[in-house]
Design a protein around this ligand. Sequence first.
Ligand SMILES: Cc1cc2nc3c(=O)[nH]c(=O)nc-3n(C[C@H](O)[C@H](O)[C@H](O)COP(=O)(O)O)c2cc1C
Length: 282
Amino acid sequence: MISLPNGHNIEYLASSGALAYDGRGYWWEQPLRWVGLLDISLFTPVTKTLTYLPNGGNCKRFNPFSCIRFVKDGVLNSFGLGNPGIDWWIKNHREFSGIVSIYPEDDYTLGKMLRKLQETNVIGIELNVSCPNVGRDSFCSNVHNIEYFLSVTKSNTALPIIVKLGVGQDIGNLFPQIEKYVDAISINSVPWNIVFPNIKSPFEELGGGALSGKIIQPYIWNFINKLKEITDIPIIGSSIWEYKDIRILRENLKVSAISFGSIFLRYPWRPTEYIRRWTENI
Ligand SMILES: Cc1cc2nc3c(=O)[nH]c(=O)nc-3n(C[C@H](O)[C@H](O)[C@H](O)COP(=O)(O)O)c2cc1C
């Protein structure tokens, strides 16, 4: 469990993109809610990433599966930053009490987004600085830019800050500098070319996309171990696919909280089932 400085506790999260923009899930998940196989009250929701202005992203309109593909033991997505923008989100989600994921494009619009969110019921900010589907020239590969955007975030919000990192990032040069800005660390999906450097991605024309789920466990879990060597900031473990993965994350990797991501897309009933089973057995 992570106790945030504003008094909120987070233990199980629905990671960004897993349960849409409101933490209630996508339309195809609603029947599972009606029959009790998906209990959204068990999860602290993280919204899909928002930018200041609406962003077209990579998906074809009204067809999210044009940029999502199920692969063996995981999910490949090339969503990009497609989203309707911060003003639309605030207008339509006044009651949302979870974490908002935002992507910084520049310091001015980042500050504006944060000040707008300060007026809502949001309990925390997740700063997405790992952007696997944004392109190689983005700021995400530059540790100074990441540190700068975190400092801008800290000075524009009183909300707790989760930083979302990626396995390809130079964490040796990010820590300890960013520790003063950050309350927890989450981890993004892994770019296709890291997992399959010699195989062409089905989403080559969309930048290659990023993988998530069981297929990336070795990358994510190795990254967690590396993070643990250099920082004491609480880590949110991910890439749960089977029930035993909860024990591995909690007892071997000693993460402080757990997020469920692409498992919601592939097996939407599993996160609820696993949490119920874990809670009964302890
Ligand atoms: C379809 C889809 C959309 C996603 N959208 C976002 C997003 O908007 N922002 C973000 O930070 N991560 C996004 N992610 C990454 C997840 O939040 C999560 O970090 C990733 O899937 C790794 O966790 P997992 O292996 O448990 O799925 C997305 C993942 C998927 C599969």
